[in-house]
Ligand binder design. Structure first.
Ligand code: HEC
Ligand code: HEC
Ligand code: HEC
Ligand code: HEC
Ligand code: HEC
Ligand code: HEC
Ligand code: HEC
Ligand code: HEC
Length: 447
């Protein structure tokens, strides 16, 4: 009766509900579903089949808003917001929000100032960055005070990028992984979820996973993955194969689910020269704990030795010298055109580390041999010796040329100036092996 009269008053004075407290009422909540079942039946049915619907989490629980919030607007008699940010989900899932949002803090801003961003804008143009970069990384959401739903300039929304900058100050979109309106964890546990962003020439994690033995055992054992289980502890609740989520986010016998994808990563394979992460020993131990559900310690340590070997080889043999040469050319202002990326040498260098060098490192990290070699170090070697160095010589920069001449006498590179027979002999005699021994250090970044 009480509730009924509140509604009556509001309807009579024609203001509608102005705060969630008033609207926290089954009639209002019910109206959302009744009407949207007709207006947008696909959306309604996605929600209706979800765990949220079964627990009576309704449209208004996520879309309800306070009058005065930046994105709030009046809709059918009550304030709602179309945006549902990590803070809105965090009302009920505080821990997931607190792990996820800070994990992307540094990186979301970083891309705006990155070489990638400059390149997208200079070489292509704004729409390329909006529909390309920002769809994966996240846009800065813009509120349009004059639009009926306060939102959402096409330029900044639709968007569900991982580091989206929301008007309430939070970063990201939970539906980058939990697609609406089902928001299921079983979907997020599957590699397709990550494959919207983690693929392509510069970070082909999806492709690497598919070609790895882990991907093979996964795709040939889908029915054994127990993906719908509440508890999903690797080795106990499922054991056929690890997915991306298994290794990076899901629970082990020792670790709970985490929403910080950096917790188990010891290197960063993204920059021109790979570096160790802060606190890398702990992070490496976290990942090795995942492996230990299915492998013995010698196998796991062996994998890291091979992985470190590739990263150190790439760093020492190619990345550091190439970076050094670029520094010399820039210092001496030898390049033809003043603007960055207006000289072909800059593109060769860019692809060397950003595409080919990353592919090699990513392939080695996740057991994708075709990426480690054919798409990776094979391309790095070919382009370093037969595109990059010749292009540097062509600039005529005396300091850079002297640097290369010296480099070519060093153990990694002097094969170029030796007879084949001699090189073969060195390989057979194990002399070359000694040269590589120090690369298998299993300690990222330390010399
Ligand atoms: C009487 C029918 C009706 C009711 C009740 C209703 N809606 Fe809507 N809603 C619509 C229609 C129609 C649209 C399409 C956009 C428009 O015309 O405003 C819409 C659009 C929306 C949008 C998207 C707006 C955009 O920016 O794209 C959201 C979110 C939404 N409704 C949520 C809700 C919630 C939450 C409730 C309950 C508080 C609710 N609706 C109640 C009819 C309704
Ligand atoms: C668990 C939270 C949750 C619930 C429950 C929920 N939504 Fe949403 N909804 C979202 C999220 C997240 C988005 C994406 C918004 C964004 O980009 O921030 C969204 C987007 C939308 C959109 C705009 C996007 C589009 O595809 O046009 C509409 C309309 C909408 N929801 C309507 C509804 C309706 C109607 C219900 C109830 C049947 C509902 N939602 C229930 C979280 C929820
Ligand atoms: C009003 C509280 C509430 C809000 C807001 C809410 N949830 Fe939930 N969520 C729940 C409840 C209750 C469950 C079911 C109990 C459980 O499984 O923990 C649940 C379950 C889930 C699950 C597991 C579902 C499954 O099928 O495995 C995911 C994932 C999830 N929520 C994500 C989200 C996201 C993302 C948002 C924001 C877009 C959100 N939730 C907003 C209360 C909420
Ligand atoms: C298909 C999705 C996608 C697109 C499109 C995309 N990126 Fe990325 N980007 C990623 C992913 C995923 C990573 C992380 C890769 C990894 O960790 O190996 C990343 C990494 C980066 C990094 C390194 C961040 C760091 O912390 O070191 C920068 C900078 C960046 N991207 C900028 C851009 C810019 C600018 C564009 C557009 C010109 C762009 N990206 C286009 C998905 C994308
Ligand atoms: C990078 C992808 C990703 C993003 C982004 C993401 N999640 Fe998850 N989430 C997962 C995965 C994977 C699982 C399943 C973990 C498991 O049980 O194995 C999960 C599980 C959950 C669960 C179920 C509880 C549990 O411990 O299994 C909830 C609730 C949830 N997420 C909420 C959120 C919220 C809220 C956000 C935004 C703040 C969010 N997620 C963002 C990947 C993601
Ligand atoms: C068997 C476990 C395993 C699986 C499955 C797996 N990864 Fe990884 N991933 C790793 C390891 C190990 C590393 C390197 C960790 C380190 O640096 O110590 C890594 C590194 C990464 C990185 C960091 C790359 C960088 O540039 O620094 C990303 C991003 C990533 N994985 C994404 C994914 C995605 C997406 C999938 C699924 C398509 C996936 N992983 C599947 C184990 C796994
Ligand atoms: C919407 C795009 C998107 C999706 C979907 C996505 N990621 Fe990412 N991920 C990124 C970007 C961009 C980065 C690097 C910059 C950042 O963290 O903002 C990243 C970083 C990572 C890292 C490296 C973290 C670190 O600190 O080095 C891992 C590991 C990772 N993601 C795993 C996953 C897994 C596993 C999934 C699927 C469950 C997934 N991601 C889904 C875009 C995405
Ligand atoms: C859920 C179980 C499971 C987990 C967790 C797991 N693996 Fe595996 N792994 C397998 C299976 C199954 C194979 C295939 C074995 C075979 O070749 O017969 C495999 C194969 C491998 C291979 C061999 C690749 C090849 O091409 O021969 C390596 C290396 C490896 N795993 C390392 C790891 C590392 C490192 C981790 C942790 C980051 C890990 N695995 C986590 C199940 C797992």
């Amino acid at each position: 009766m009480m509730k009924f009269s509140i509604i009556l008053v509001c309807v009579v004075i024609g203001l509608g509900f102005s705060s969630p407290a008033d609207a926290d009422d089954s009639v209002v909540r019910g109206k959302c579903m009744t009407c949207h079942k007709e207006i947008s039946p696909g959306l309604y049915n996605q929600w209706f089949g979800s765990r949220h619907a079964k627990h009576d989490v309704t449209c208004y629980d996520c879309h309800g808003a306070e009058r005065g919030e930046a994105d709030a607007y009046l809709h059918e008699g009550t304030y709602i917001a179309t945006l549902v940010t990590p803070r809105d989900c965090g009302e009920c899932h505080t821990q997931e929000m607190n792990e996820f949002v800070p994990a992307h803090r540094a990186k979301a801003g970083h891309i705006l100032e990155s070489a990638d961003a400059y390149m997208a804008h200079a070489v292509a143009g704004d729409p390329a960055a909006v529909a390309g970069c920002e769809s994966c990384h996240g846009s800065k959401i813009k509120i349009d005070p004059n639009s009926p739903n306060k939102l959402l300039r096409g330029k900044s929304w639709p968007n569900s990028g991982i580091g989206r900058i929301n008007p309430d100050g939070t970063l990201g979109a939970c539906n980058s992984c939990h697609l609406r309106h089902e928001f299921s964890r079983s979907q997020a546990r599957q590699p397709e979820t990550c494959g919207k962003c983690h693929l392509g020439p510069d970070h082909p994690q999806k492709e690497i996973y598919e070609e790895s033995k882990h991907g093979i055992v996964y795709y040939t054992n889908l029915d054994k993955m127990n993906l719908d289980a509440d508890r999903w502890v690797v080795g106990q609740d499922y054991y056929a194969a690890p997915t991306c989520a298994t290794c990076h986010l899901s629970a082990t016998r020792k670790q709970p689910v985490t929403h910080d994808a950096g917790e188990r990563i010891s290197w960063t394979l993204r920059p021109p020269v790979s570096k160790q992460q802060d606190n890398w020993e702990k992070k490496r131990a976290n990942m090795q704990d995942v492996c230990s559900a299915c492998h013995g310690p010698v196998w796991v340590k062996g994998h890291y030795e091979q992985f470190d070997g590739v990263v150190n080889l790439y760093n020492e043999k190619f990345a550091k010298p190439a970076g050094e040469v670029m520094t010399i050319l820039k210092k001496n202002q030898t390049l033809k055109n003043p603007a960055e990326y207006s000289n072909d040498i800059e593109w060769i260098y860019w692809e060397l580390w950003h595409h080919e060098g990353r592919r090699a490192r990513h392939g080695a990290s996740m057991m994708g041999p075709d990426y480690t070699w054919w798409h990776g170090l094979y391309e790095v070697g070919k382009h370093f010796y037969f595109e990059f160095l010749p292009a540097v010589r062509e600039t005529g920069d005396a300091e850079a040329i002297a640097y290369i001449d010296q480099l070519m006498t060093e153990p990694f590179h002097r094969w170029m100036n030796q007879p084949t027979d001699e090189i073969k002999k060195q390989i057979r005699s194990g002399d070359m092996q000694k040269l590589y021994e120090h690369l298998y250090r299993t300690e990222p970044g330390t010399k």
